[in-house]
Design a protein around this ligand. Sequence first.
Ligand code: GLC
Ligand code: CA
Length: 535
Amino acid sequence: MGLKWWQKVTVYQIYPRSFKDSNGDGIGDLQGIISKLDYLQELGIGAIWLSPVYQSPMDDNGYDISDYEAISELFGDMQDMDELIREAKKRGIAIIMDLVVNHTSDEHPWFIEARSNPESSKRDYYIWRDQPNELESIFSGSAWEYDEEAKQYYLHFFSRKQPDLNWENTNLRKEIYQMMNRWVDKGIAGFRMDVIDMIGKEPDHYIVNNGPKLHEYIQEMHREVLEGRDVMTVGETWGASIEDGIKYSDSARQELSMVFQFEQVGLQHEPGKSKWYYIKDVDVPAMKEIFKKWQTQLKNGWNSLFWNNHDLPRILSIWGNTKEYREKSAKALAILLHLMKGTPYVYQGEELGMINYPFQSLDQIEDIESLNFAKEALSEGKTMEWVMDAIRLIGRDNARTPMQWDDGPMGGFTEAPKAWLPVHPNYRSVNVKAALENRLSIFYTYQKLIQLRKEQDWLVYADFELLDTEEKVIAYRRNTIDASYLIVMNWSDNLSSFTLPIDDVDEVISNTDVEQVIQTKTLRPWDAFCVKLKS
Ligand code: GLC
Ligand code: CA
């Protein structure tokens, strides 16, 4: 396989509600994004993954779509969208749209017609049964909702306002491919595919992810939309094993460019339990094994590399240090991740070291998943304290507080006195303006990593070799025929011992004094670096 453009770029995820408000209503929008493209160009990213901006009743902040080809008036209109595509392109930035086709909104015309008329051709676009089974919604409660109008139950794996689409229906699939083609024709560069591993579901057999027809559908989508067009695609696949990862991303199979696999995220909570049963201490040895597996066994597939997204807690709050080592741990985690094989993703604010929000009560929470969880947990007798602890650490609103642009009112996010979610109180010191003014800020570590990705081909090609180290130290080598690079990180607030294999090295990037590490054979807390080994 020749080198693809998306193997040499870093992707930046924008959650539009929270990025930049241009019209003073407290909600981010497309003109806000356009006004910050120069900033993103300076960071150096090659693509934006734009979380949904489509028309939506916003039950799940736009992941409930009522028109795939209209823009929500909260965010602007189609002219703004075209302007964003154009202005981004001028700066060498491609736009990747979020594709949410496992479900629509219940306000989508298809569903309105389907529920009101059993004879309609749209009825079968959704999944109806006379009796519910035991399937549960990912957002708590039964996955089935009785519809008075339809006199049947419909399936919804997310909120009640997100009915699941029936991918068995050929016409539905055709309509989706046509819609995707029109978006590609508009000039977008690809899709991030929301919960794509669920489209092959077989609800009667309790098969939710990885259904028997899943890959057949994706290959059909490839033929109907992606083939011959130079787009990148990334599937969101929560349960993907390495074998699944190969199926999706092996180029010969003609499916997707890559998937988001979540094995490392699984280490955040107790095995077999819901994500709200979190584990505070990172299991570094387990993490090493997961990295090793995905870095070495994907064969002709391709990885995505990420710590954060709009569904996950801020990485520093769960696995970094938000206190005395906030900056250093942020740089360390970035260095560790970005020098692996795969396409790196940066979630807005990650490049500033943004952290979880200290939510005090449920009134401050907007996220439907957290609110449903709270309701259910409280009704089962859990205390409010337990619920708030879980939401503070794991809840999705942590990633969704407004981007912090400067130290002015509302962190420069909006001119309104109030934003849709509160601005993190640390905005006075943690913001874009301060980061740009300080050559040692986290921002510049990201900028350099993004630059390296563009310039250094070994990041794409070199083999990955995990080294045997002390428990809290992760070290790997990337080897090509004529060069070898060593990447090391101390995932801890304490000293760890580490001996470099040779003293004669060229520093590529670091958050520490590499000379001192060589001399003392000691890593200080959160030390991280990459060196080229000279031999
Ligand atoms: C994906 C999205 C999440 C959304 C869900 C339903 O997991 O990332 O934000 O709530 O799908 O669309
Ligand atoms: Ca706005």
